[in-house]
Design a binder for this molecule. Structure first.
Ligand SMILES: [Zn+2]
Length: 419
């Protein structure tokens, strides 16, 4: 077992394997049902497996930014409106690929051996890939990530490549695994990282525990198997982790029997409500002629929206600093949103306080054990229920036993050994 105070001239080398969307509960289910023999062997063979949590919105891009650039970096979901330009930001779509490629080429002499793959990874979750982090210039790595991420975020996406491309993801995962294996063989890098997102994609489209989602998990396990062997051969310490969990979900329109836009139109007849669905979360931007839907009026609208059975929680941005929480038509104290997890309330306040988040933040309710989803998905994240914020970390490293269970902090600590 590797300890953080390890005193050895040779820097440790890390293989980071990111299994997108796989919760601690679902990982244990997969192990028990023998779907993932390679991960099961890794966990039973003297590795620590722990339950971790990610904060809302549980979002892969958010996780990348926090893991690699800045623990405080924050995106507000998978779709939102950039208030300064009015542009739509949609991180699920790959329309900006060309632009990101161009950006990557500029930094080709920089620290990334496969900057193109990284740009792809960061720019479009639909295209997961391997990434290699060089060992010498950590500061440059962080700068490059910041440049890539800030140049990416304002882009308007026009060529949707949504969930139907899950099969493509499997092939790209495999390509990424080959590039990561080659990187370990070369031993030129202290940290190598791969995101495997087939499981997440198939679960969104077909549902948790669907045959398609289980097959995707089995395919990921095959890649994990070869990566672990390679790590063993070339002296890399493997860490397996996920960024968030998923909850079974049903589309809002299916449960409510009407579209969210029609519901809002009835409640705000004199305003234009722009809805940006993001799984279990939706940002709503409200415009009216006098641009005066603030204060008491917004308060009243939020209260009425929260009376809808399919809406579990509403946060209204009453002022730039002030947000008010509503449940079932009542204003509630933020700290009572989730008594089981005290970290949720500050995370929600931070989300509502973000410049680009909506005037109203809607979170789907749990109806018949399924989260109400504002998109057409059978499993979702971005929301506030516990299964969505549940992730895991497994590795042969000494893990802290205190309450500091934030996966990002753990990984930053682990990777900081490599600086
Ligand atoms: Zn996802």
């Amino acid at each position: 077992m590797y300890h953080a105070d390890h005193n050895n001239d040779e820097l440790p080398r890390f293989l980071l394997i990111h299994l997108d969307g796989l919760s601690y509960t679902e990982l244990n289910r997969a192990i028990a049902e023998r779907l993932t023999p390679a991960i099961a062997r890794f966990v039973s063979d003297n590795a620590a497996l722990m339950e971790t949590y990610s904060l809302v919105p549980t979002n892969t891009l958010n996780f990348f930014l926090r893991l690699l650039a800045d623990p405080a970096a924050h995106v507000v979901g998978s779709r939102w409106q950039q208030r300064t330009t009015g542009r739509t930001v949609d991180i699920r779509h790959a329309g900006s690929l060309h632009r990101i490629e161009t950006q990557s080429r500029v930094s080709r002499d920089g620290p990334f051996d496969n900057a193109l793959l990284f740009g792809t990874l960061l720019g479009a979750k639909a295209y997961s890939a391997g990434m290699v982090v060089s060992n010498r210039t950590w500061g440059n790595i962080l700068r490059t990530i910041r440049i890539l991420s800030s140049s990416f975020l304002p882009v308007f996406f026009s060529s949707p490549m949504g969930w139907s491309n899950a099969a493509v993801v499997g092939r790209i995962d495999a390509m990424g695994a080959r590039s990561i294996a080659a990187a370990m063989r070369s031993r030129q890098h202290t940290v190598v990282y791969i995101c495997l997102s087939q499981y997440d994609q198939y679960s969104h489209k077909h549902g948790l525990r669907s045959s398609q989602s289980d097959l995707a998990l089995q395919a990921c396990d095959g890649l994990v198997d070869s990566l672990l062997q390679c790590a063993n051969n070339y002296g890399y310490l493997p860490l397996l982790f996920s960024d968030h969990g998923l909850a079974p979900s049903s589309p809002f329109s299916e449960i409510a029997g009407k579209e969210l836009k029609d519901v809002l139109k009835l409640l705000c007849p004199n305003s234009v409500c722009k809805i940006f669905p993001s799984g279990n979360l939706a940002h709503v931007y409200i415009e009216n002629e006098n641009n005066d839907l603030r204060g008491q009026t917004l308060f009243n609208v939020a209260q009425r929206v929260s009376e809808i059975d399919e809406i579990g929680l509403v946060i209204a941005k009453i002022g730039s600093e002030q947000s008010v929480f509503f449940k079932s038509g009542e204003e509630i104290d933020a700290s009572s949103v989730c008594e089981k997890d005290a970290r949720l309330a500050p995370a929600l306040r931070r989300l509502a306080g973000h410049r680009d988040s909506g005037d109203l933040l809607l979170f789907g309710a749990i109806v018949n054990d399924r989260a109400v989803n504002f998109m057409h998905q059978r499993a979702c994240h971005n929301g506030w229920s516990l299964s969505q914020t549940q992730s895991f970390l497994a590795g042969r490293i000494a893990l802290p036993t205190d309450n500091e269970r934030d996966i990002v902090k753990l990984l930053l600590r682990a990777t900081s050994q490599a600086r």
